[in-house]
Write a protein that binds this ligand. Structure first.
Ligand SMILES: Nc1ncnc2c1ncn2[C@@H]1O[C@H](COP(=O)(O)OP(=O)(O)OP(=O)(O)O)[C@@H](O)[C@H]1O
Length: 557
């Protein structure tokens, strides 16, 4: 759906058609009134000094052009000013709203998209690449929508009607102006092309620096503990120097662009003056005082619009870069492309058949022809030393990763045919690889925050903490810090149990089930597990045997 820029824009346009038409209509009215003001000044000139121009009479269809006296002219003139104010306000507001709505939609899609990317994508480029980014891109895209698209179309339309209005007074002059605009556009398009290359470099270099800082800050404790300030400073400085060099190149081209646009517009005025001077020698072509005044005012009133239109190609180019970045993200592989199915997998056997899995950047696979079957409502221990693949097993069963060969199935359902959400609805986990998440205990253990869940959570938490020291006991309101950083490892483990047990899912996976817990809490947990053993498929992963518990099957990794 979001495969290219135009499909994104069209999609938005379709859903916001009323707003877009409103902004355009307001712009149209505002443009017409902008042109009517210089024309009305010509009328003022006629009324005040008694001149009369047959060319100005061509605009008789405009109400005030017929004004018999100065006072009725003034009434029309002030109505014109007032209407222009109203239309300009609604036009600007409409365009701004289009920009705001467009980026709102994009940033929401971007957020969901980044959450839904497959694990392989994060592993490939580093999670930092997908964090806290894209605000600059969204700004360029907003600018593209507002100034590059809607306002630009409006400006072109205004320029067109002004050139036509000038054509009423003098066809040759209108052609000269149109020619000048055309030549200037080509010249500026060429300069902007050079600017595009530098802009691309500058943006990539800036993005690289953001990722750099992000990674350093995430590892800040190690940096501090091992006194790594100096090498990091040097690396950062190197990147910063590179960005400065690109910045200088960018500044050179932008300065040229900024200086050349006014020069072009003044040169155009010069050409027009030359034309008027030459045509003044031809008695047939002499323009009356009021027509000349209207012409000058028309030309002056379009100068800012002309400048804005000539600058637009950089808005397009920057928007283009940002759009292509976002489209790249939208086209990365995502989870849950398969439909969600309401399946309760409490009677199904879990089977790993000839599973082959290796991490993309690792030299040897973690699993090679790995086979295993786990009966429903049984208790299985997967025992293996560090690095034998316990965490990888969890990732595979949760479909965070998929095997390159072989299959994983739950009952008759092959996991490759089930959406990730369907599978995860049936599995609860206690593992250090899935840290606590939320600002307080309640948020960390309960997903559905309805009142009756709060009571259940409170009771279970109290039960699980009965053997903990008073000062270590947590309340639902206790703050947990970033990913549980404020808590001891024992408290974290208790909350992980609380989170897993509250969901009452048919499959429960426990990595190192008793580690970090005091002896009495270990006994408590074992009792609790025993009480659910006959309704739950329990999978324990540990590097040694788990005592005090009936295990149906042990599988050595
Ligand atoms: N993202 C990754 N990229 C490359 N290799 C990885 C990745 N994650 C794990 N590995 C490698 O895969 C192998 C299995 O790792 P895994 O984390 O599954 O082991 P484990 O049994 O859970 O170990 P531990 O008990 O120490 O957590 C290890 O050799 C590890 O180095």
């Amino acid at each position: 759906m979001l495969s290219n820029k135009w499909s994104i824009i069209k999609n938005f346009g379709r859903k916001n058609i009323t707003l877009v038409i409103f902004a355009f209509l307001m712009g149209l009215c505002y443009n017409i009134l902008t042109i009517m003001i210089p024309i009305s000044i010509g009328k003022f000139y006629e009324l005040s000094f008694g001149f009369s121009s047959h060319r100005l009479a061509a605009f008789k269809f405009i109400p005030f052009m017929d004004a018999p006296d100065f006072s009725s002219f003034l009434v029309f003139f002030f109505s014109l000013v007032l209407l222009r104010l109203v239309f300009e306000y609604f036009n600007r507001y409409g365009i701004a709203l289009v920009g705001e709505r467009f980026t709102k939609r994009l940033r929401e899609q971007l957020f969901i998209n980044q959450l839904q990317l497959t694990m392989g994508v994060y592993d490939n480029k580093g999670i930092g690449k997908y964090l806290l980014r894209y605000s600059g891109d969204l700004k360029s895209i907003q600018n593209y929508m507002r100034n590059g698209l809607i306002r630009f179309l409006q400006d072109v339309f205004l320029l067109l009607i002004v050139v036509i209005a000038i054509g009423y007074f003098d066809v040759y002059l209108a052609l000269i102006i149109a020619g000048c605009i055309f030549i200037s556009s080509i010249l500026l398009w060429l300069i902007n092309k050079a600017l595009y290359e530098v802009s691309l470099d500058r943006r990539n270099s800036r993005s690289g620096m953001l990722t750099f800082v992000n990674t350093r800050l995430r590892g800040i404790l190690t940096l501090k503990a091992f006194n790594k300030y100096q090498p990091e400073e040097k690396r950062y400085q190197k990147r910063s120097d590179h960005l400065y060099t690109i910045g200088k190149r960018y500044a050179k081209i932008v300065s040229l662009l900024q200086a050349i646009i006014p020069a072009i517009t003044y040169a155009m005025l010069g050409i027009i003056m030359l034309y008027v001077f030459i045509s003044a020698k031809n008695p047939d072509k002499i323009l009356s005082g009021s027509s000349l005044l209207v012409l000058i005012l028309l030309i002056i009133s379009i100068l800012p619009v002309l400048r804005r239109s000539l600058r637009v190609s950089i808005v397009w180019k920057l928007g283009e870069i940002s759009f292509s970045k976002l489209i790249d993200i939208f086209s990365l592989p995502k989870e849950n492309q398969l439909p969600f199915a309401h399946l309760v997998l409490n009677q199904e056997e879990i089977v790993f058949k000839d599973v082959y899995f290796g991490y993309p950047n690792a030299s040897k696979p973690v699993f090679k022809n790995f086979g295993l079957s786990i009966s429903a409502k049984s208790t299985t221990l997967l025992q293996g030393r560090s690095g034998t693949g316990k965490s990888t097993f969890i990732r595979l069963i949760l479909k965070l990763m998929s095997p390159s060969k072989g299959s994983i199935s739950i009952g008759n359902h092959c996991c490759s045919k089930l959406s990730e959400k369907t599978i995860r609805k049936n599995i609860a986990i206690v593992s250090k690889d899935f840290p606590l998440y939320g600002k307080d205990v309640y948020e960390a253990v309960v997903y559905n925050r309805k009142d009756h869940n709060k009571e259940k959570a409170e009771l279970l938490l109290e039960h699980l903490q009965q053997h903990e020291d008073k000062q270590n006991q947590l309340q639902l309101e206790s703050k947990i810090g970033d990913l549980g950083a404020n808590l001891t490892s024992g408290q974290q483990k208790i909350l992980m149990y609380c989170r897993a047990l509250l969901t009452k899912k048919p499959i429960l996976i426990l990595e190192e089930p008793l580690k970090e817990l005091n002896i009495k809490t270990q006994q408590l947990i074992l009792q609790l597990l025993k009480s659910i053993q006959d309704q739950t498929t329990l999978i324990l992963l540990d590097d040694h045997e788990v005592k005090g518990f009936t295990i149906d099957k042990v599988h050595y990794l």
